[in-house]
Design a protein around this ligand. Structure first.
Ligand code: CA
Ligand code: CA
Length: 638
């Protein structure tokens, strides 16, 4: 019965997409998708492609634990319900329950290495049961597992995520998505690196290995079926998980949705993680579920005649202005429909109708200030240039070496300030994003992870103009993703090299203003005489004790940027590397090799000694870490 239902859906899909020779499309588990010309939601559909010819699922539920691991009560039931839901979506499902170690290994090897031989298939894995993480490595725990106290004997009889990584690499299938209703750290995966694109494009069709876990390392994950319930609703289109409403649910959208929902549901006790395999050949695509018939009815690259709703408004607008001789009419169209079907035409008309004395599009010049929306961060254009990166005067640490030339050959729009509380609040309001309910704060004289501390309550009073803190690298990525969806522009974190270039602003001394520690208090909020820290700078007082200062209270550097030194440490895009050997020299973020679970932090904060506020100083921390001395700054590509 479920098969018949799918076949009809597939026929319907192939008919409305006008696909010829659609025999494969009729096969259960095939999926054809329309491709958009760019990642923007209303980009025209330029092509369509059969993404998968087959869909396979391995669904595992472990309840009947023996020995020291407590029995679970819902893992098997959840697995059965997930198996049914997947069958209804055309997957060929293998359901396995209560697996011992040998059976678990056998099930995965057969699934990935034999079933997974088809390069046009998608593979889906659901695992519900105990998970365990230790020293940065995650394990799936079979029902006959030993106590982790037994060390090596435990590890011999549990399946490490590292091995899962080998299995998913070993499969030839185009896309693999593994969902673990258990908790781990993201050893083999780039946690949170994936930002949901607004639309399915050619990039979606690249190979990928993705994962989603219901909790983070060390968290207790509840066995009450909530995660399963939300997952099934999401793939059945009964929620708003399909962020852009195009009828397809990408794994990155699913990850964002499950992350927000479960975090909210559990008040931050359980924070799902999602990401892609840490492998440049296997981290480009996106696993796709079809959740309803596509909204767009024909493959079209011309006029959007068959569009509905908002598109009718757009059509009406365009018909009203299309013969106008006033550039402002077309600019108004672009304001209203920045990614509309006629946007390229409108841009041409703006250019051709604008008088030479008032050119519509002037190239951005260094020092120009930009802002893309009322609640978007203000940006300053930095000039192209070359600089010496790292410890240039011998006063730094080994990981600031070797010092080396970096050429930033392009202008970049850099946040004039750290992202503020008001700016982050606009994002949280618009998306419902929740960062979790714990943050490391100074408790007396000790740093402790305190429940109830978060960006709205970081342990000291803040104004809306203070920089937002208690935000992880992953939170910063979510914010950037929202900016991109809202503005259609290319926002991101700065690379480490871009950050140091921007912080130095042409200077070669330890600080952008001079090498003199006595001048620090006029240029940075650091650990000054007003703080209790043993390492404080007792030479001067900067006016802010153990807390942030509203952004821009201290002088700008040569590029017009504030608080590059101090106030908050700032996340940048790079993975942590112990030193600069083989570092890129072109300004790009360094995201190969190194430790991508840790990300680089720059600039020092209100709790930093003078040496840590230097332009060249660098530290790294877990991408999931939240502290009330860490924030971030964004950049926009021009
Ligand atoms: Ca201070
Ligand atoms: Ca800073």
């Amino acid at each position: 019965m479920t098969l018949a239902r799918f076949t009809i859906a597939a026929l319907f899909l192939s008919a409305i997409l006008g696909m010829a020779g659609a025999d494969e499309s009729r096969a259960a588990g095939a999926l054809t998708v329309p491709l958009r010309a760019s990642e923007t939601e209303d980009a025209p559909v330029s092509d369509s492609v059969q993404l998968y010819s087959k869909s396979h699922a391995l669904v595992i539920g472990n309840d009947a634990y023996t020995g020291t691991w407590p029995r679970l009560s819902n893992a098997v039931k959840d697995a059965q319900l997930v198996a049914e839901a997947l069958e209804a979506k055309g997957f060929e499902v293998t359901l396995k329950t209560d697996l011992k170690y040998r059976d678990l290994v056998e099930a995965f090897e057969k699934f990935f290495l034999e079933t997974g031989e088809d390069p046009e298939a998608r593979l889906f894995v659901w695992y519900a049961g105990h998970g365990y993480s230790e020293r940065g490595e995650g394990y799936l725990v079979p029902i006959d597992a030993l106590d982790p106290e037994e060390g090596g004997r435990f590890r011999r009889r549990a399946l490490s995520l590292r091995r899962m990584g080998e299995y998913v690499r070993g499969a030839d299938a185009l896309h693999v998505l593994a969902v673990f209703d258990s908790c781990f750290s993201g050893t083999i995966f780039n946690v949170g690196r994936a930002k949901p694109p607004a639309a399915i494009t050619h990039a979606t069709t690249r190979p990928v290995r993705q994962f989603l876990t219901s909790g983070d390392a060390g968290q207790e994950v509840s066995d009450d079926g909530t995660f399963r319930k939300l997952f099934i609703r999401a793939i059945n289109g009964e929620t708003r998980a399909d962020g852009n409403g195009d009828g397809y649910l990408a794994a990155t959208e699913l990850g964002l949705f499950m992350g927000n929902e479960i975090t909210n549901y559990t008040n931050g006790r359980q924070t799902p993680r999602n990401g892609k395999l840490n492998d440049p050949d296997l981290d480009r695509g996106d696993f796709v579920f079809q959740i309803s018939a596509p909204a767009q009815s024909t493959v079209t690259s011309a006029a959007p005649a068959a569009r509905t709703g908002g598109q009718n408004m757009e059509m009406l607008f365009w018909q009203t202005i299309q013969d106008s001789k006033i550039a402002g009419d077309f600019a108004a169209y672009l304001d209203r429909f920045p990614n509309g079907a006629f946007a390229p035409l409108a841009r041409n008309r703006v250019a051709s109708l604008s008088t030479p004395s008032a050119p519509a599009a002037v190239a951005n010049r260094a020092g120009d200030a930009l802002r893309d929306c009322p609640e978007c961060p203000e940006l300053i254009v930095t000039p192209p240039g070359t600089f010496r990166m790292g410890d240039t005067d011998g006063g730094g640490r080994a990981y600031e070496l070797p010092d080396h030339d970096v050429r930033v050959a392009y202008p970049l729009a850099v946040g004039r300030f750290e992202v503020t509380v008001a700016e982050f609040a606009a994002f949280a309001r618009a998306t419902g994003y929740v960062t979790g309910n714990e943050c490391y704060v100074l408790n007396g004289r000790k740093w402790e992870n305190v429940t109830g501390r978060h960006w709205q309550n970081p342990g000291f009073a803040q104004t809306p103009r203070d920089p937002v803190t208690c935000v992880s690298w992953d939170d910063a990525q979510a914010y950037v993703g929202w900016l991109n969806r809202t503005t259609g522009k290319r926002y991101r974190l700065l690379s480490e090299a871009e950050w140091e270039y921007a912080a130095r602003a042409g200077s070669t001394s330890q600080y952008a203003f001079s090498g003199d520690v006595n001048d620090l208090c006029g240029h940075a909020n650091g650990a000054d005489r007003g703080t209790r820290f043993d390492w404080r700078n007792s030479n001067c007082t900067d006016g802010y004790n153990e807390q942030t200062a509203p952004v821009g209270r201290f002088a700008a550097n040569g590029f017009g940027l504030h608080d590059m030194h101090g106030n908050l440490w700032e996340w940048v895009g790079d993975c942590w590397h112990e030193d600069y050997r083989n570092a890129p020299a072109n300004g790009a973020a360094w995201t190969t090799g190194g430790d991508c679970n840790r990300r680089v932090l720059r600039g020092g904060s209100w709790d930093s000694r003078p040496g840590n506020l230097r332009s060249a100083f660098r530290v790294g921390d877990r991408a999931t870490a939240r502290y009330n001395f860490i924030g971030f700054r964004i950049a926009r590509e021009l």
